[in-house]
Ligand binder design. Structure first.
Ligand code: NAP
Length: 336
């Protein structure tokens, strides 16, 4: 009998999540029902957005608050080990939303897709640049941001999974890129490794406001917002005419008791700006298009995909906390 290891949500986090909020449990695999298949997970994707649904009462129109005592929801990538679903045969490589666990039983729902990995691309990329982070960056930037070569784009959480890709993609168009991060070391890495034209350490004296006044006195055309809150409010005071705000995430509020207000909406009116939210899962039908484009950029050396890989299911909780607290460069994954 195969023993399955899971990481469950043991208790509701008291604001800042800690590794103690999780617990490792084991179970024995049950028999598959008709329509189900068993996945041996190879990688878990650590996505900051899931932090939101760990809070009490966090259910919304997208997902339910995660139940206590149950494995933590996650996008995973793995191989079908046995199957009672002809659409997902044994040996198929799949990605979908299951949980932090070594094996998952799935039925083809919850974003489950078959992946056909190219030989020259490492498997883990299908959970990173060619996975949820890549899809988020690609559709957020190109469909909502609508970048043009003369545009200046500002990206928050620029050193993270999504942000590390957005700046590089904007460079393929010819945009001027400005990345925001929390330390001088991370900012230096953004410039040296990801070729951001300009960087702003939002914790430096004067913060984002002073940084933008110096770097982009004429304003920004696109703000790719991963953070929300005060940072979004500040960015709104630096918009050019017809600017686009890509509302991707709101990490500043996932661990805060009180949501920060946004006060500068008047700026959107006078700048004839657009703000639009999106979820990467809206674009499932177009993943093929994005995957082809992104894989091409990786092969041409135009897109590097920095990975921050933790080893073993036991490391998952701490790795997720590290990512939320900014101790990551690039996309955070767990290898099982
Ligand atoms: N709409 C969608 O479909 C979709 C899909 C995936 C992800 N997202 C969103 O994209 C964003 C990034 O997610 P990710 O998984 O790629 O995580 P990530 O960027 O790899 O990691 C999170 C980063 O956020 C920054 N951060 C944390 N707390 C912050 C705060 N209070 N203020 C400013 N920055 C803070 C930290 O970077 P620094 O050290 O640089 O501050 C940290 O490294 C999240 O908001 C997530 O919800 C949206």
């Amino acid at each position: 009998m195969t023993a399955v290891k899971h990481i469950v949500l043991k208790k509701r986090p008291a604001l800042q999540l800690t590794a103690d909020d999780f617990e490792l449990t084991t179970s024995t695999l049950r028999e598959l029902k008709d329509g189900e298949f068993l996945i041996r997970n190879s990688f878990l994707s650590l996505d900051a957005g899931f932090r939101q649904w760990m809070n009490e009462g966090a259910s919304d129109n997208y997902l339910q608050a995660m139940p206590l005592g149950q494995p933590v929801q996650s996008i995973v990538l793995g191989v079908v080990e046995s199957s009672k679903n002809p659409a997902y045969p044994t040996g198929a490589c799949v990605m979908g939303r299951t949980s932090w666990e070594t094996h998952s039983i799935a039925d083809g729902s919850d974003l489950m897709t078959i992946i056909e990995p190219e030989k020259d691309i490492p498997l883990e990329e299908y959970l990173a640049a060619l996975g949820p982070s890549g899809m988020t960056a690609y559709f957020g930037l190109f469909d909502i941001g609508q970048p043009k070569p003369e545009d200046t784009i500002l990206v928050s959480a620029a050193a993270g999974g999504v942000g590390s890709l957005v700046g590089q993609m904007a460079k393929t168009v010819g945009c001027t890129t400005i990345g925001i991060s929390s330390s001088n070391e991370k900012c230096q890495w953004l410039q040296e490794s990801l070729h951001y034209d300009h960087v702003i350490n939002y914790r430096a004296p004067g913060g984002l406001d002073a940084g933008l006044s110096t770097i982009a006195p004429g304003g920004i055309d696109i703000y790719f917002d991963n953070v929300g809150g005060k940072m979004l409010d500040t960015a709104m005071t630096h918009l050019r005419m017809n600017a686009r705000l890509v509302l991707c995430g709101a990490i500043a509020q996932y661990e805060s008791a009180q949501r920060e207000g946004v006060y500068n909406l008047w700026e959107l009116i006078t700048k004839r700006a657009k703000a639009e939210g999106f979820m990467f899962s809206d674009y499932v039908d177009r993943y093929g298009e994005a995957t082809q484009k992104l894989a091409g950029w990786i092969r041409e050396g135009k897109l590097s995909s920095p990975l921050n890989i933790s080893e073993g299911i036991e490391s998952t909780g701490a790795a997720f906390c590290d990512m939320l607290q900014g101790r990551n460069l690039g996309k955070s994954l767990v290898r099982l």
